[in-house]
Ligand binder design. Structure first.
Ligand SMILES: [Zn+2]
Length: 61
């Protein structure tokens, strides 16, 4: 089962839904870019298309 780890959040069971929810939101880090679903170091992640900061990552377990 996949687990999502988000900055400030320990675990989220339903990672796929959280990814869907996050995509399109404004990046909290730079406040400028919007979040997009992508791969980050082998993991599924939600990344800012502007600064590249991952807002959330999915670890396959
Ligand atoms: Zn950003």
């Amino acid at each position: 089962m996949s687990q999502l780890r988000m900055q400030g959040v320990e675990k989220v069971d339903d990672g796929d839904k959280l990814v869907e929810k996050l995509v399109g939101q404004t990046c909290a880090f730079c406040g400028d870019g919007s979040l997009t679903s992508d791969r980050y170091k082998e993991n599924m992640a939600v990344i800012c298309e502007c600064c590249g900061t991952p807002a959330a990552q999915l670890w396959e377990q």
